[in-house]
Design a protein around this ligand. Structure first.
Ligand code: XMP
Length: 321
């Protein structure tokens, strides 16, 4: 891979911001660019860099793909409004669920999401805006894993030999591609992003679809969304790198009020990691695990089993899909 990493120890965040702002201005010239904001720290930092470089000539969109966490679209639009950046919320739920229909294979699902995002949704948005560039927050770990063939990260295109101009009608600008998460957090602090954004645990581009094993339907996403809210409420004070809920495909036999209940399984993962490249499970106190099981089995309809993953990365990965 020809892209050279800038490690946290060698990063001069102020200089990096000045250089990237200049670079974006030079590339876009007097044209327009579109930013794909997902609410994660990477795309938030990329959007602010783009805004600094282009001002109103950057159009920022938040795509509601139906796979987001509870209240997320409205929350992000409001955080960016406070920062002086207008974000347009685009309802693309149908496009994504149609694309995911009948797909159970992980890479097949990831590819469907990539297509829906870049071709169907952004292809149209970039055209309508009269732009030629899409700005996105791809980071160094994303390319590394995709190029190594571990997972096709939804945002990796050029590194896989995809000519985005030919395929989707626009070029991609990736100002953060040399940085890992810890370095992006430093840049975000320097960009004056609020703590609640730069200290957020990472969240994958394919969103809750990365946490549903098997077919991704509105109903199944609804289940994992409810479990995610509980996991985030209970684990936000843990100081862990990332924590998540996964909905399994297999059912298991449970019992409720003396009757058989063949129900769903939720797996909880909570990670200690610096950069998502490797990770180990957080040694959560037993009372916390107990509360998670109690809440998830009572508050999420149909769930009869909650497990906690005790596996390191590798051989596990952080997300399940
Ligand atoms: P894995 O599951 O590969 O995840 O160990 C490493 C880190 O990347 C996030 N992740 C993604 N982020 N697009 C993204 O933007 C993706 O397709 C994607 N898949 C995983 C994951 O949450 C973790 O922090």
């Amino acid at each position: 891979m020809e892209i050279k990493e800038i490690a946290l120890e060698e990063l001069d965040a102020e200089k990096f911001i000045a250089e990237k702002t200049e670079e974006i201005s030079l590339i876009v010239g007097d044209g327009l660019a579109v930013s794909a904001l997902s609410g994660g720290v990477d795309s938030a930092a990329a959007t602010i860099l783009g805004h600094k470089a282009l001002g109103d000539r950057l159009k920022t969109y938040f795509i509601d793909n139906g796979l987001m966490r509870e209240g997320e679209p409205e929350n992000i639009v409001s955080v960016f409004k406070d920062l002086g950046v207008t974000v347009e919320l685009v309802d693309a739920k149908k496009t994504f669920f149609d694309a995911l229909k009948g797909r159970a294979d992980p890479e097949d699902k990831r590819e469907a999401i990539t297509r829906a995002f870049y071709r169907d949704v952004f292809g149209a948005l970039v055209r309508e805006a009269g732009a030629r560039y899409l700005l996105q927050g791809t980071n160094y770990t994303d390319i590394e894993e995709t190029v190594a063939g571990i997972k096709r990260q939804h945002n990796i295109l050029e590194q896989l030999g995809i000519d985005t101009e030919e395929m989707y009608g626009y070029k991609i600008i990736e100002p953060l591609i040399q940085l890992r998460k810890s370095a992006i957090r430093e840049v975000s602090k320097e960009l004056w992003l609020p703590d609640k954004i730069y200290n957020r645990p990472p969240f994958p581009g394919p969103a809750l679809a990365a946490r549903v094993i098997g077919e991704v339907t509105p109903k199944r996403v609804g289940i994992v969304r409810k479990a995610t809210t509980i996991v985030e409420e209970e684990l936000s004070s843990s100081g862990a790198f990332q924590y998540l809920a996964i909905l399994h495909e297999d059912k298991v036999t449970g019992v409720r009020e003396g009757k058989r209940d063949y129900g769903l399984q939720i797996e909880v993962r909570c990670w200690e990691s610096k950069d998502a490249k490797t990770g180990s499970p957080t040694e959560l106190p037993y009372e916390v695990l107990d509360r998670l099981a109690e809440r998830i089995t009572t508050e999420v309809p149909g769930v009869v089993s909650v497990t906690y993953s005790i596996t390191k990365k590798p051989p596990s990965t952080i997300e399940a899909v």
